[in-house]
Every structure is written in C-alpha cells, then in structure tokens.
Design a protein around this ligand. Structure first.
Ligand SMILES: [Zn+2]
Length: 259
C-alpha cells in the first residue's frame, strides 16, 4: 500500500490507497484523522486550500459572509506571512484557520522532521496573529507517510483529507467544476476540497450553496467534526437568518447527528 515514493493516502486512483484511507477513517477518531463527516449528518464542510490569495480570498470571504456560510481555510504559512490581514479576517468572520504547511512542498521533498518544522513554523505564525494555535493539518497534495502521520499525532495535530474533490485547480473554467457538481451533488457529511488560489470556487459557490440548502443541508467548519477543543475560541457566531433546520445545524457543535 505504500507507493515507491514511500507516500500513501494521497490523491490518486490507487485502490490500495483508497482502502487504507477508509480503514484509517473508520478506525481512528475524527480528531486524529478525518476524510468526511458522519454519514448521518446533514452538514457539509467546505475547505479552501493554498491561500490566502490577495485577489480571490477577499472575494471569497465577502461571498461567504453574504451567505452566512462558515468554512475552513488551510493556509500556507508563507502566504499567510504575506497577507496576515486576510488570516485575521478569516478568523474574525467565524472561519477556522488550519495549517497546510509553510511552503507547500511536493511529496518526497521533505523528511518527516523537515515537514514538522514547516508545520511548527506555520502554527507559530498563525498563533502570533490569532492567539490560537492551529491543530488541524492537511498535507500538501494529501500525501503523507507513516512517519509524518506519527509525528503529527504526537504533536497533537489532527490530519484532514477530503472525500469530495472536483479538482478546481486543474479546470479550464468554472463550467467544468459546475458540471462536476451536477454529476455529484453535495451530500451530508461531505468534506469538500476547493482552493482560494483560483477563481472557480467563487464562481460555482452561489449555485452550490443554494442547491445544498435547498436539499436540507447546511454548512459547518471542521471544528464541529474534528473536535471543539480545537479552535473553540476561533468560532464565530454567525446567526443564521433561516428559521429552518439549517439554522440549528449551522452553528456547528456536536448536534449534527440525526436521531
Ligand atoms: Zn495544497
């Protein structure tokens, strides 16, 4: 199950990798390893990687605010250092800020020790901005090794992957992303991978959010699924204007399982 590069759990069609991901997701608590929310959930978690970006991230934050949707941002440390005001804005508007390494290295470019140095550097920087230390980490390209996983867990990090990947970063236009979601509408418990370094997410989100809410789904952050101890102080208090079931579930917490 471990590829020749020594990496596993990453993006790609490998059946072995998919099996291993599923096995770990089943066997481990979500505070350690999360690929999706509970199947019975009516919540969806949107995650945005690789930012902050000076153009797309502010537009995305404006849009999320206008729809009262909270999301999770996996920031790259060196990007965060360039645009600290955007990281502060994420947190102040109720989003979760999580760690996506410092320099977004390619798989195989960092030893476990080196990767942890990047993780610690980004954690420390975000903590200096927000007063809280990120505890959720998404490996660049979703690829990690047993040694890295072990070190991440030992240092108190939850490892986050995804179960929905429209590959927005690789699409020519937003129509391709929209078509992908037409084929695969959002379902409860989905953990969606998008990027705030390309414009497609902003283009497809209005329809995506409306359709999801229309089918009774609502949006939450990863802190609801991976444990409230993380980011408890970063949680915003978006009051939903919708007097429906979604109003209750969009506040996150542990009330997500349908009885
Ligand atoms: Zn990335």
């Amino acid at each position: 199950m471990v590829s020749r590069s020594g990496h596993w759990l990453g993006r790609g069609p490998s059946l072995g990798r998919q099996f291993l991901r599923r096995l770990l997701a089943t066997a481990l608590p979500r505070r350690l390893f999360v690929t999706s929310g509970p199947a019975t959930s009516r919540q969806v978690c949107l995650t945005f990687d690789d930012g902050p970006h000076p153009e797309f991230t502010p537009a995305l934050l404006d849009f999320l605010k206008s729809r009262m949707v909270r999301a999770t941002f996996f920031v790259v440390g060196r990007q965060a250092e360039q645009y600290p005001e955007l990281v502060r804005r994420m947190a102040s508007e109720g989003h979760v800020v999580a760690n996506h390494s410092y320099a977004h290295p390619r798989p195989g470019q960092r030893s476990a020790f080196q990767l942890m140095a990047e993780v610690a550097r980004t954690d420390a920087y975000v903590e200096s901005l927000l007063g809280i230390r990120p505890r959720l980490f998404r490996p660049p390209y979703g690829k990690t090794t047993p040694a890295q996983l072990w070190r991440l867990w030992r240092t108190g990090h939850g490892v986050v992957l995804w179960n929905v990947d429209p590959r927005d970063y690789a699409r020519v236009d937003s129509g391709e992303v929209r078509a992908w979601f037409d084929q695969r509408p959002l379902r409860g418990g989905d953990l969606v991978l998008l990027h705030d370094t390309c414009p497609h997410a902003i283009a497809v989100l209005p329809d995506l959010i409306e359709q999801a809410r229309g089918s009774g789904l609502c949006f939450t952050t990863l802190s609801a699924w991976a444990g409230p101890a993380y980011f408890a102080r970063a949680e915003g208090t978006f009051a939903s204007s919708r007097p429906t079931a979604s109003a209750a579930c969009e506040h996150g917490g542990y009330g997500f399982e349908q009885k």
